[in-house]
Design a protein around this ligand. Sequence first.
Ligand SMILES: [Zn+2]
Length: 207
Amino acid sequence: MFRGEVFAYPCTSRKKMACKPVKFFAMDVACKYWPYLQRGNERCPELQDLLSMKPFLSVFHAKAHDFKCEVKWSGAYQEGAGLTLGEEVEQCNAFLSRIAVTTKHMSKAGRTDMLTVMAMCWNQQKFNNLASTLACRYQKATIALQRQLHNFEAMKTEMAVTDDQLEGWITDVNEWAEATTSPNDADVAVVARRIEELVTKEVPTSL
Ligand SMILES: [Zn+2]
């Protein structure tokens, strides 16, 4: 139930985006949400189109996850993601937190209305600035790519490493991250599966 409540919101909002050519979806817990979605898809095939977007674990949140998790899911290692951090919602949170000084004196209904209006205002502003923001980001990513490629080549020469060796290291790290699961993750997965089974059994009796 807990997982259902947490993951139902992104499922709904992503369903609205599924008809558009969206390549990634960024989330703080994409590593937990994705297996949940795959399991859910077995029972609800209507969720199929949600699997076409690639899961992107927010870059800074990934630092607080297990290292294997970061290797497998972090947006920093996804091809085509550029310098996207996947932390953009934090900017909206920072913007909304500034109005707490006034909303804390409001009624619950007034506060909800105020936060809704401010969130809509944020979205409108984001939409108005979208073209220039994207152009600026693209330029930054292009410059950063050139710089990193230069550093990379210099490091390869300095360490006398060949491309084949590098490929081998990348494969080793990826296989290690795929093959091993920490005991903690395994325990959590067993409990999560059990809760989902119980919830599925509960539904018909509670209707
Ligand atoms: Zn994780």
